[in-house]
Design a protein around this ligand. Structure first.
Ligand code: WAQ
Ligand code: MG
Length: 297
């Protein structure tokens, strides 16, 4: 899985003046032609706060960049040949939104069925959800997500080998604390992975034209996946099909939505998750019966 290790690490930094005062950082790591890992982060700071002067901000950015490099080097998918970290000032103020409610489903061996039910309640046709599953399970690792027509299942993004990478996303410290409290309450074993997935899926759900999302990790040891709809982020233990090591994301898009605007929003609109919306652990039977007015339809 890993290529030869090249001991040089490139740190790239681009600085812009006169832009909005919130830097963001994102990074990615590659081995051969394979994408190993990626991460996005917004370093948010309040210039009115005296403890967050320019020196404190640069220190925070340096430490964020260092943690991204560490993470790329230690990734379970192997040693990368190159690691790139980009630091840029946001060109527009981030849109502050609350995270989707987090619902952990208590299921045993029926994840695929429950995922299908959630997606069809969100308006995704059987043909489209079958295509979404196939795309995630069959394709080699990519940087980004597949955009899938929610009606006929056709692939919409202009460069399928790359996918669409959602960047310029992160949490405020209040948002991070609120989300971590929800995850702790649900005994989530890997809160950092789930927090990042909730931030990403909330951003995707917030973008115009998106209807739902299906995801499982490309980390070979991680088999919990999720379905996100505008109502909630539904965690599905053992969603990853047996024997599949690859993972990915399928974003189901309203057939009438202009694809270039959806892509532009996902790639460039800065989003800061500023709070949580609760959630709970549920049995699917509860989800699809008496609670269906709250979650799922
Ligand atoms: N934008 C678009 N697609 C992305 C992004 C992004 N920022 N980050 C990752 N992807 C796509 C890409 O194709 C990856 O190969 C794939 O998703 C999987 O990424 O609640 O860890 O980072 O317990 O491996 C789910 C957590 C974790 C479930 C998912 O994804 C839970 C995860 P990974
Ligand atoms: Mg991964």
């Amino acid at each position: 899985m890993s290529g030869n290790v090249d001991d040089s690490i490139t740190l790239t930094q681009r600085r812009e003046t006169d832009a909005h005062q919130t830097p963001s950082a994102y990074g990615c790591a590659r081995a051969g032609d394979e994408h190993v890992s990626g991460a996005e982060m917004i370093v948010a700071h309040d210039l009115a706060d005296e403890t967050s002067g320019p020196a404190a901000v640069s220190k925070e950015i340096a430490s964020a960049a260092e943690s991204m490099v560490q993470r790329a080097l230690q990734h379970s998918r192997g040693d990368p040949d190159d690691v790139t970290v980009t630091v840029e000032r946001l060109s527009s103020p981030p849109c502050r939104i609350e995270a989707l409610p987090v619902v952990t489903l208590d299921i045993d061996g029926e994840a695929r069925h429950v995922a299908g039910e959630l997606l069809s309640r969100a308006g995704v046709t059987d043909a489209a959800l079958t295509r979404g599953f196939e795309m995630i399970r069959s394709e080699t690792a990519k940087r980004g997500a597949a955009l899938v027509n929610a009606a006929d299942g056709s692939r919409l993004d202009p460069n399928p080998t790359r996918g669409v990478r959602v960047t310029h996303i992160g949490t405020s410290s209040a948002g991070r604390d609120a989300l971590d409290a929800v995850l702790t309450e649900q005994d989530v074993a890997s809160p950092e992975t789930v927090r990042e997935a909730v931030v990403l899926s909330t951003t995707i759900a917030h973008a115009p034209g998106t209807q739902a999302e299906l995801c499982w990790s490309d980390d070979p040891d991680y088999d919990t996946g999720y379905v996100a709809t505008p109502e909630a982020y539904y965690r599905l233990p053992a969603l990853k099909p047996d024997g599949v090591t690859e993972g990915g994301r399928a974003i189901f898009v309203d057939p009438g939505a202009p694809v270039d605007e959806v892509v532009e929003h996902l790639e460039n609109q800065p989003i800061l998750i500023d709070g949580a919306s609760g959630g709970e652990k549920l049995k699917p039977a509860t989800l699809f019966s008496d609670r269906s007015s709250q979650f799922g339809n």
